[in-house]
Design a protein around this ligand. Structure first.
Ligand code: PEP
Ligand code: MN
Length: 289
């Protein structure tokens, strides 16, 4: 007999059809589309963010990621440019008609993030920050909920349930690797989660091979594998000068590496009758304002 599920609103039994989260004309969770979110780990300075954003826009990328509040393991590591970083990110995105995805670390910054960003990312370290999840249930912006690095699928879905319970249905799940005994990679990418979640929930599921592997050479193959597993999209880190990056340089793609991934992404998507959002032409100008 099937086990009774501990969650309700996120479950496929509760809602049969896919939830589609629309951002700047991209449809996350639409089974005819796959989306690509790309950008540096962190916003570092004007030149960096404008250079990489211009490059990404030429590839057709529609969603720009970049951390302004960075949850770093060490308190001595670069913590992000905060408000100034959000402002740069927004201006760069607006210049090239892109949407902004950026991390929210604490409740007191929600209003600020909602002002600057189109999608609020909850990082792996905050997946179980229940007051934060409850507060995000009250906003009218999509939430990209990363999997806790040691969280089970049930715990992750229950975290999403907190947000839906507050009234916000726009939740995008993001598999970003889990902790295992393996040390050759930063985390272990659990691609099983993708088809399993497609059964269990109506929410979109995307994959972040950058945090999952920690090694840039491993990112392209894991992107194709993620799409083959049925992911609704990819989140990747890319930097104009990875060797100079202030965070996560080793896992950041070179710009031309990302460019060379677009064709394979197209091919894998086409096998499933899906079209990458970077090939669509219906961008919305200035999505936030
Ligand atoms: C990130 O996307 O840069 C990040 C910090 O992600 P995670 O929370 O998955 O480690
Ligand atoms: Mn990162």
């Amino acid at each position: 007999m099937e086990r009774r599920k501990p969650y309700q609103l996120v479950s496929r039994d509760w809602k049969k059809e896919n939830t589609v989260v629309e951002v700047n004309g991209s449809r996350i969770g639409d089974d005819r589309e796959v989306v690509l979110i790309a950008g540096p780990c962190a916003v570092e300075n004007e030149e960096q963010i404008f250079t990489i954003t211009e490059y990404l826009s030429k590839l057709g990328v529609r969603m720009l990621r970049g951390g302004a509040y960075k949850p770093r393991t060490s308190p001595y590591a670069f913590q992000g440019l905060k408000t100034e970083g959000l402002d740069m990110l927004r201006r760069a995105a607006d210049k090239f008609n892109m949407a902004v995805v950026s991390e929210i670390m604490s409740i007191d910054r929600i209003d600020e993030l909602c002002t600057y960003a189109d999608v609020l990312q909850v990082g792996t370290r905050n997946m179980q920050n229940y007051p934060l999840l409850r507060a995000l249930g009250k906003i009218n912006k999509p939430v990209l909920l990363k999997r806790g690095m040691s969280s089970t699928i049930d715990e992750w879905l229950l975290a999403a349930e907190y947000i839906l319970l507050g009234g916000n249905e726009k939740v995008i799940l993001c598999e970003r690797g889990i902790r295992t005994f393996e040390t050759a990679t930063r985390n272990t990418l659990d691609l099983t989660a993708v088809p399993l979640l497609k059964e269990l929930t109506h929410l979109p599921i995307i994959v972040d091979p950058s945090q999952a592997t920690g090694v840039r050479e491993l990112v392209p193959p894991m992107c194709y594998a993620a799409l083959a597993a049925g992911a609704d999209g990819l989140l990747v880190e890319v930097h104009n000068q990875p060797s100079e990056a202030l965070s996560d340089g080793a896992q950041s793609l070179y710009p031309d590496q990302l460019a060379s991934m677009l064709d394979p992404i197209r091919y894998v998507a086409a096998l499933y009758n899906r079209v990458p959002d970077f090939d669509k032409k219906n961008r919305v100008t200035n999505p936030v304002s």
